[in-house]
Design a protein around this ligand. Structure first.
Ligand SMILES: [Zn+2]
Length: 253
């Protein structure tokens, strides 16, 4: 990021976003990936101490945190100050080992989108037993992140039967309910993929990785989301938490 863009990001967006916070119609969503004991790295690995400080802020300042299934309720879908959906992409094992007890102790609910082909198969990912344990606790909601984690945007090189239908069937077999929350891998999406997912699948909520205002399409919600980077300031974290960064797409495009 060059100096000007850096300045806009750290100092202009939080202010402009705050002035435009009323443009948020739907609940704000922030997301992470892997949580690590060692040094963090950008959006993919967040250091546990950095993460804990952020969660303690959320708990101490009276934010309401929601599970995906609670978004079936229209009131919960609405944007409100101090209401947030906390999500994790991919299904990393650390989403259980490093944070499950900690999040419970703070009274914070969170959510995980599973890359179905990695669960149980990859040692760095969750197992179905752990997923069930977390689900049954009532503290963690789950969605899907395709079967093989492909780029979905142009819909050309992917097998929808595998990525959406089969992924959902396995999820349902393991957890006993149909997944209604879908997250694009790599944030790779397009008008074409939104149209497909909102008309050809049962997903009620579709999550991008674009910092934008969430909107409705064909009766489903297309969510903008705020990735929390290990390397950004606490001020930027707070602005993202409060939905101020959803103005980003409007300003940059
Ligand atoms: Zn992913």
């Amino acid at each position: 990021m060059n100096y000007v863009k850096h300045f806009i990001y750290n100092h202009i967006i939080p202010v402009v976003g705050r002035l435009n916070v009323g443009k948020n119609k739907f609940v704000n969503v922030i997301y992470y990936h892997d949580i690590v004991k060692g040094e963090g790295q950008s959006f993919m690995q967040t250091n546990i101490e950095v993460f804990k400080q952020q969660m303690e802020y959320i708990a101490k300042n009276g934010y309401t945190t929601l599970r995906f299934d609670e978004l079936d309720d229209k009131d919960n879908q609405k944007f409100e100050k101090k209401k947030v959906v906390i999500a994790f992409d991919d299904g990393w094992l650390s989403n259980y080992t490093e944070i499950f007890d900690f999040m419970k102790s703070l009274g914070i609910k969170y959510n995980i989108y599973l890359t179905i082909s990695e669960i149980e198969k990859n040692k760095d990912y969750l197992t179905w037993d752990l997923v069930r344990k977390m689900h049954d606790s009532g503290w963690v909601g789950f969605g899907v992140h395709t079967f093989t984690h492909p780029h979905v945007a142009d819909m050309k090189d992917i097998d929808p039967q595998l990525e959406f239908v089969q992924a959902n069937e396995i999820f349902q077999k393991e957890l006993g309910y149909e997944p209604l929350d879908f997250c694009y891998p790599y944030g790779s999406c397009s008008e074409k993929s939104h149209e497909y997912l909102t008309t050809q699948t049962n997903y009620k909520r579709i999550y991008t990785s674009t910092m934008m205002y969430s909107y409705e399409q064909n009766g489903r919600i297309i969510f903008g989301r705020n990735g929390i980077s290990n390397d950004e300031t606490f001020g930027v974290f707070k602005a993202k938490l409060n939905g101020y960064f959803n103005v980003w797409e409007t300003i940059i495009h």
